[in-house]
Design a protein around this ligand. Structure first.
Ligand code: DER
Length: 225
């Protein structure tokens, strides 16, 4: 959803935040991709950065546009992370995981001194109400499904488009999309989800975003916590 022009404006605006010598967390998805392409152009113009990818997709795009990519395990700290979101609420809590990359994204985004979210206006909502992606150990699908139902969720195993059977994440795990309706208390639900045995990572990013760049028809609106 959302217009590509708005996504591009947000991504390019966020890329301006990056300064020489930065280690940059490279998010996943079509909006973050605009930031990655903008950084590639800046590298062509002499910007010195090292990129830390959050998925095969963002790593491959970074290489394609000429951003030097380093392993997450080789950096002590990340200066700026730029990443998209599926939804942003009034308190800057996020639902992420539309691209099933949220496990590595959360490690990178939370490690960054500055986590910049890039969205088009269609992602903004007063309260989160999309299904929450939950990455699980493959063999835990039945036990986690039950635990999610006990929490009031309706879990659905995410199936692939061009592969028979379920989506398998970059980490070799499966994804349950758990519909909780409106999430009035994101922090409480985040804690409940994180404590379910077999859950590798969930898509609620609470208290992580430092700022949100919202691309619009006539510019970019920056929201801070
Ligand atoms: O998977 C993710 O978390 C992505 O950031 C996704 O939520 C946003 O993707 P989009 O920018 O293509 O909408």
């Amino acid at each position: 959803g959302g217009s590509d022009a708005a996504k591009r404006r947000a991504g390019e605006h966020a890329a301006e935040v990056v300064t020489d010598g930065d280690v940059v967390g490279l998010g996943t998805g079509s909006t973050a991709a605009h930031a990655i392409r903008a950084l590639g152009r800046a590298v062509d113009d002499g910007l010195d950065v090292r990129g830390v990818a959050t998925s095969y997709a963002s790593r491959d795009l970074a290489r394609e546009v000429g951003i030097p990519v380093v392993g997450l395990d080789s950096v002590e700290r990340i200066d700026v992370a730029i990443d998209g979101a599926d939804q942003v609420d009034d308190g800057l809590a996020l639902i992420k995981g539309g691209g099933a990359a949220h496990a590595r994204e959360k490690v990178v985004d939370s490690a960054a001194d500055r986590f910049v979210v890039v969205v088009d206006p269609s992602k903004e909502t007063p309260e989160l109400d999309r299904p929450v992606p939950v990455e699980i150990l493959p063999d835990a699908r039945a036990t986690v499904r039950r635990a999610l139902r006990d929490l009031g969720g309706t879990p659905t195993l995410r199936t692939a488009e061009r592969k028979d059977g379920p989506v398998v994440t970059d980490n070799g795990n499966l994804v349950l999309d758990a519909d909780f309706g409106t999430v009035a208390e994101p922090r409480a639900l985040a804690t409940d989800l994180a404590t379910i045995p077999g859950v590798v990572e969930h898509g609620l990013f609470v208290g992580l975003a430092d700022e949100v760049h919202v691309g619009g028809a006539d510019g970019v609106r920056v929201r801070t916590a």
